[in-house]
Design a protein around this ligand. Structure first.
Ligand SMILES: Cc1cc2nc3c(=O)[nH]c(=O)nc-3n(C[C@H](O)[C@H](O)[C@H](O)COP(=O)(O)O)c2cc1C
Length: 369
């Protein structure tokens, strides 16, 4: 398959059968911007400009940063949210703009669990020594998790009761309902990077002894319940996705065989987009370097029915590299994250480099094209 297969359209199946059409296989992965100045979860002009530039940069699927389903689930107090109507209204012009540029708006719904209530990762804050948990005097809030753990190096979190878990499942469903109202066409459940769902999945962080801990079936119960609750409210003509940490890369941790088993189960609930990242809990001993997570995507892709849209992510920076991953069938699409922060026109340039038809906006034709 030629490298320009990267720019062949693809359809993510939906339960209605219609499918969600993507103009190419280059996806913008979620990237926190920590830019909600008013600390109210409402996206701002920055989010419109940032995500909008990626839409006219040629991405086919533009996924928002981790967007909290409840205020307590924010990584930082500058995260976006979808727990109220004001946030829905503020997302609407953003999804409309993304769509107007030929891209599909997707949202990553998230809950940070024990990794909430931090300063986030902005250079000016880090330079000022503001890293880790926000102090109580600065508005830090109570955090919640599967079971308390010191693995995060943050302030202690409270173990969720069964009733709190049940309520939390409904928070995800309400978030999905609002995501629909806000105009998103794809919802991605954040089950990666050591955040709340992953805190339940991984045996490193989940030491519960009730029906939400212990066996694989129990540790995955919270996520299965979330997916079922989201699927019940998410329109059938829209796409359901998940982001996994395919491996913890830690001894005794969550491994790719677990991911494959769970991915198959979630496929049964209607999930069709699977994005394979890794790590986030405990001391990391895994690989790194160009394309280091691609084998995780390939393993999941090989285990799922052909119509699943499986994406690879992580240090994919070169057009030929991206083209090869898709062209050789290791993944159905690629996420280009940090490279896009340096060049939001990455997909348009890659198309040119690989000899594919370009989607560069007409307004920019006197630039490089
Ligand atoms: C600034 C920044 C913010 C990020 N925020 C998120 C996020 O909100 N949710 C998430 O799942 N991953 C997040 N990530 C991880 C990226 O989605 C991506 O997986 C990672 O950067 C590796 O891809 P890359 O090498 O193409 O950048 C973030 C990464 C960066 C650099």
């Amino acid at each position: 398959m030629p490298q320009s297969q990267l720019f062949a359209p693809v359809t993510i199946p939906t339960r209605s059968g219609e499918g969600l059409k993507l103009r190419n296989r280059v996806v913008l992965p979620p990237m926190c911007q920590y830019s909600v100045e008013k600390r109210d979860g409402v996206p701002t002009a920055w989010h419109l400009a940032h995500l909008g530039s990626m839409a006219h940069g040629g991405y086919s699927l533009v996924i928002t940063e981790a967007t909290a389903v409840v205020a307590a689930g924010r990584i930082s107090d500058r995260d976006t949210g979808l727990w109220n109507e004001e946030q829905v209204e503020a997302w609407k012009p953003i999804t409309q703009y993304i769509r107007s540029q030929g891209a599909v708006p997707g949202v990553q719904l998230a809950h940070a669990g024990a990794k909430a209530s931090t300063y986030g990762w902005l250079k000016d804050l880090a330079d000022a020594g503001k890293v880790g948990s926000i102090g109580d005097e600065e508005g830090g809030w109570e955090t919640f998790t599967s079971s308390p753990s010191e693995l995060y190096g943050l302030k202690p979190a409270t173990q969720m009761s069964t009733a709190q878990i049940k309520d939390s499942v409904q928070d995800w469903a309400q978030g999905a309902k609002r995501a629909d109202a806000a105009g998103f066409d794809l919802v991605q459940i954040h089950a990666a990077h050591g955040y709340l769902v992953h805190q339940f999945l991984s045996p490193l962080s989940n030491k519960r002894t009730d029906e939400y801990g212990g066996s694989f079936e129990n540790r995955t119960r919270y996520l299965r319940e979330i997916i079922e609750a989201v699927a019940a409210v998410w329109p059938e003509n829209k796409a359901l996705g998940i982001r996994f940490s395919g491996e913890d890369w830690v001894e005794e941790g969550w491994v790719i065989a677990d991911t494959i088993q769970l991915a198959k189960e979630l496929y049964g609930f209607g999930v069709r987009h699977f994005d394979l990242s890794s790590a986030g809990i405990g001391k990391f001993y895994g690989p790194s370097g160009p394309g280091y997570q691609v084998p995780l995507a390939q393993a999941v892709k090989e285990a799922l029915p052909e119509d699943a849209f499986v994406t690879a992510v992580g240090v994919i920076t070169e057009p030929a590299q991206a083209g090869q991953i898709v062209g050789t069938g290791q993944a159905d699409g690629v996420c280009i994250g940090r490279a896009a922060l340096g060049d939001p026109q990455w997909p348009n340039r890659a198309a040119q480099a690989l000899g594919a038809e370009m989607a560069a906006p007409a307004q920019y034709w006197r630039g490089h094209w």
